[in-house]
Design a protein around this ligand. Sequence first.
Ligand SMILES: [Zn+2]
Length: 168
Amino acid sequence: MQTGGSSLMDGIESPSARGQRGGGSAVSASRDPKAIAMAVGGALIFIVAIVLIVRAVGSVTAGVGDGSRIRVAIDSETGKVFKEFRIKDGETWPWKHPSTGRATLYPTEECYWTADGQAKLEPTHVLLNSIIGKDEKTICPDCGREVVAHNPMPPTDLLLKAAESFKR
Ligand SMILES: [Zn+2]
């Protein structure tokens, strides 16, 4: 890896830049998109950090070094969500329901949309049809959107808006 701080100067002095001297506009034209990309990247990192912090606050309470971890599970029979379900290392889903003893608990996908098309930071936890072998689209019960594996987050600007109202 190169050391930081030298890249801008290198861009001016390097042989590759000199090679492009004939088309001098190429250098300045390429600078703006780069700056925009960096700004967008910075905003995304900021958003991701906020979301991760918010999620961590909800799940940081247990699972300290006893060979278990906490995650969100949903009961395929009742739809009940277990926000802090403890899983022993190596246990694969479906996990055993603590009350019924039946293996009906599955990992969830998270939907960060609201019904009116805004983003929210406290997601709806959804059981994917595909995970239980149902050949149907999974529709979020809260907002009516389709939910898929590795469900994508809403756009950055909507998340920012949600983050701003969350801070109050
Ligand atoms: Zn939803």
